[in-house]
Design a protein around this ligand. Structure first.
Ligand SMILES: [Zn+2]
Length: 249
């Protein structure tokens, strides 16, 4: 496995460069067998895990599950993960569909809840639900107490950099359109290589680590098996380093 990725990473090794990765898992709210699976993978592979937690309705069971896990950190995943966009538009919680004051007040409530529950494990970074957020909301995130932002794909806004440290994810291991199943080894590997080669060729920012996005609540066995294999492979590779949220942001 990972033959194509091995060839790409060989180029990094030859150039004496380290390929940096980070792992973001979204939608955590409570302890579950599905959560246990990714915590076990993180521990097995020594792969730091950045967990994007939905603050509204977050349960003590989640905090209990993370106690003492130094390589697991918490990011803020919106407030309640509710869609406020009209039915014919793409889903969005942090859009311009409600007054900014209402949105920011909710985000502040959520921020306080995560800080209270997770203390130092909470890294003040916003992961917008559905990876979408209006630029006018972004401008206000520092006032909420947030210092970072993470969405999906290439950074689009230059404005963001003036107010927040943005580090995205670049690999989605789920195929949402076909039954929320594992997207498949080839597709995931191709996404990883696309980002690495873009960085190597100067077509993507070199200061942004390659982000792997997972969603433990919908994982099938193939998804978890892939993550286990990937992080085990990356963990053993001399030209790779895995970063935790504190290092990324
Ligand atoms: Zn989500």
């Amino acid at each position: 496995v990972f033959e194509a990725l091995s060839r790409e990473l060989a180029q990094w090794a030859m150039a004496g460069r380290q390929a940096q990765f980070w792992w973001r898992d979204d939608d955590a709210q409570f302890a579950s067998p599905e959560l246990d699976q990714i915590l076990e993978i993180s521990s097995n592979c020594k792969a730091p895990l950045s967990l994007a937690v939905i603050p509204h309705g977050v349960e003590d069971t989640l905090a209990a599950a993370l106690v003492g896990l130094e390589s697991v950190q918490v990011l803020q995943h919106g407030y309640s993960h509710e869609n406020h966009a009209p039915a014919d538009l793409r889903k969005m919680e942090l859009g311009w569909h409600r007054p900014a004051e209402v949105i920011c007040a909710q985000l502040r409530t959520g921020f306080d809840a995560l800080r209270a529950l997770f203390d130092e494990q909470f890294i003040p970074v916003m992961v917008p639900p559905w990876n979408r957020i209006d630029e006018r909301i972004i401008e206000q995130l520092p006032d909420v107490g947030l210092r970072g932002l993470s969405t999906l794909g290439p950074r689009r806004s230059t404005l963001v950099a003036e107010v927040l440290h943005q580090v995205n994810v670049h690999v989605d291991i789920i195929n949402w359109k076909q039954g929320r199943k594992f997207a498949g080894l080839e597709i995931c590997e191709a996404q990883i290589i696309a980002h690495l080669s873009a960085k190597r060729n100067g077509q993507a920012p070199t200061d942004e680590p390659t982000g792997i996005m997972s969603h433990h609540r919908v994982h099938d066995m193939a998804s978890d098996a892939f993550l286990q294999a990937l992080f085990s492979y990356l963990g053993d590779h001399s030209a790779v380093s895995m970063l935790d949220a504190q290092q990324v942001f």
